[in-house]
Design a protein around this ligand. Structure first.
Ligand code: HEC
Ligand code: HEC
Ligand code: HEC
Ligand code: HEC
Length: 183
């Protein structure tokens, strides 16, 4: 009898089951589930460093003391403060990470996006960088984006197991070809 080797069909079936499992547990969670920049840091250390050195990381502290609880200011200077996150955080731009921050999900660009990873672009910036903000000139995406450049290097192996505490066990990792280099 021939040995069974997974072909393209069963591989995509395995993947479909993994997607279904992730989506099912995503649906069971609150939409606003954020993990915080320290979690992202484990695998994106230099993106973290670049962000940490940027004005976005300090956007709460740069408010005058009396405004740090003012919802009119927090909507842009610390939009995720209710989730315990200060300033303009990773997930303020990339979307809540609870479901996509697991490595086996992150390695799959489609799956990551299906469970909440956003592709921030000019529109996302303009939600806060409006005409009413204290800037001398109109927000110019092409000129401002390089000022917050981060995240282009490949993700690191985390130094310790991440995403273990208080989380449902992820479905088994389907065997997949390595992610193409250069991402
Ligand atoms: C357990 C490790 C791990 C954690 C934690 C993690 N990532 Fe990732 N991330 C990866 C891997 C692996 C990739 C795949 C690409 C690569 O190797 O750089 C990736 C890719 C990405 C991408 C590019 C996706 C694409 O397809 O263009 C973004 C954006 C990203 N991560 C943001 C985040 C954010 C924001 C957080 C925290 C909420 C986070 N990641 C947490 C491992 C991780
Ligand atoms: C619509 C989004 C938005 C709101 C609401 C908002 N800000 Fe800002 N704020 C910004 C942006 C964007 C910048 C950066 C502008 C620039 O430098 O191009 C900024 C910059 C600032 C700065 C300068 C920070 C620095 O490092 O120099 C201060 C101070 C400030 N805002 C105070 C406030 C206060 C106080 C409130 C509430 C009354 C407030 N902002 C409400 C978006 C906002
Ligand atoms: C102000 C919004 C904003 C914040 C805050 C932010 N990012 Fe990003 N991030 C972006 C944008 C926009 C891009 C795409 C840049 C481009 O197109 O070159 C990006 C790209 C990335 C990439 C690379 C994706 C790719 O195409 O390879 C990673 C990884 C990433 N971010 C992780 C993080 C992490 C981790 C944090 C927090 C420590 C963070 N980001 C904070 C807006 C943000
Ligand atoms: C959730 C609101 C928010 C979003 C989304 C956002 N920013 Fe900001 N940004 C701010 C605030 C607030 C400041 C002022 C921080 C401070 O100094 O207090 C700021 C400051 C900056 C600065 C430094 C000041 C300047 O204009 O030179 C740059 C650069 C910047 N943002 C780029 C971007 C880019 C590019 C995007 C989109 C990819 C983006 N921001 C998305 C709120 C936001």
């Amino acid at each position: 009898m021939a040995h069974y080797t997974p072909g393209p069909v069963s591989r995509s079936l395995v993947r479909a089951l993994a997607v279904a499992a992730v989506l099912a547990s995503a649906a069971a969670r609150a939409a606003g589930d954020k993990v915080g920049p320290e979690t992202c840091r484990a695998c994106h250390p230099s993106a973290f460093d670049a962000w940490h050195a940027s004005p976005h990381a300090r956007a709460l502290e740069s408010l005058p003391e009396r405004s740090r609880k003012d919802p009119r200011c927090l909507s842009c200077h610390a939009p995720d403060l209710d989730d315990g996150l200060s300033g303009v955080s990773c997930e303020s731009c990339h979307g809540p990470g609870r479901m996509y921050a697991a490595r086996y999900v992150m390695r799959d660009p489609e799956l990551s996006r299906a469970v909440g990873l956003a592709d921030p672009g000019e529109k996302r910036c303009l939600a806060c960088h409006t005409d009413s903000t204290p800037s001398l000139e109109k927000f110019d995406y092409a000129r401002k984006l390089p000022l917050i450049a981060h995240g282009r290097e490949p993700a690191a192996e985390p130094p310790r197991p991440a995403h273990r505490q208080g989380e449902a066990k992820p479905p088994p990792v389907p065997a997949r070809p390595a992610h193409p280099a250069g991402r």
